[in-house]
Design a protein around this ligand. Structure first.
Ligand SMILES: Nc1nc2c(ncn2[C@@H]2O[C@H](COP(=O)(O)OP(=O)(O)OP(=O)(O)O)[C@@H](O)[C@H]2O)c(=O)[nH]1
Length: 212
């Protein structure tokens, strides 16, 4: 049977608890919005196939818990990511200030060539906004990242931000595409994939200091 996609890429959502990572993911993959906040426990993922310049890219998007107590676990997944969305909430200044910490964790634990974008979510909440678009833009520029203000609620810039990151990750990995042509079964369960993660003892980059 013909394969339904050409390449598998792993993306990851990082950011403080409550910034809307799960809602962004659900909006992108399922097209709907969930108003309640049920904190992610550890890590979860969803899949979606995108067409990027004629290449069918299957993206496996990891949704991580923002809560501090899960970070030892979630950091172990950074090294398998080709793209990371660093998410803050435009109504929560602390979540914006905390991006520095998330970016430093990425520097420490993710592959050097990982693609990153900055996402300011909940831009529908104009009256409650505490972080201006200019502040977000300035921070993104200081890291050399693309920047999107999004709303999982109103579906603003959702497809654009995920597609952009996928496109960047695809282009960054062009040279080693062969290594990404995986024939995974779409019906794999979370447990199977977590087991796969556990089984694959990825060679440590000696230049990296991360203990994860
Ligand atoms: N107004 C508005 N609310 C949002 C938006 N995105 C998420 N929310 C709300 O923000 C709350 C937290 O959203 P989640 O997606 O659960 O947050 P999270 O970042 O996954 O949180 P953790 O799993 O704890 O890390 C929920 O009540 C959502 O309904 C948005 O774009 N606009």
């Amino acid at each position: 049977m013909a394969k339904e996609y050409d390449v598998l890429l792993r993306l990851m959502l990082l950011g403080d608890s409550g910034v809307g990572k799960t809602c962004l993911l659900w909006r992108f993959t399922d097209g709907d919005f969930h108003p309640s906040h049920i904190s992610t426990i550890g890590i979860d993922f969803k899949m979606k196939t995108l067409d990027i310049d004629g290449t069918r890219v299957r993206v496996q998007i990891w949704d991580t818990a923002g809560q501090e107590r899960y970070q030892t676990v979630t950091k172990q997944y950074y090294r398998r990511a080709q793209g990371i969305l660093l998410v803050y909430d435009v109504t929560n200044e602390h979540s914006f200030q905390h991006i520095v910490k998330w970016a430093s964790d990425v520097d420490e634990c993710a592959p050097e060539q990982v693609m990153r974008i900055l996402v300011g979510n909940k831009c529908d909440e104009e009256e409650r906004r505490r972080v201006t678009t200019e502040q977000g833009d300035k921070l993104a520029k200081s890291y050399g990242m693309d920047f999107f203000e999004t709303s999982a609620f109103s579906n603003h810039n959702i497809k654009e931000s995920f597609s952009r990151l996928t496109e960047m990750a695809l282009h960054a990995n062009r040279k080693k595409l062969d290594g990404l042509w995986l024939s995974i079964n779409d019906d794999l369960s979370t447990e199977d994939l977590l087991q796969e993660e556990a089984d694959q003892k990825v060679e440590e980059n000696p230049e990296r200091t991360c203990v994860c």
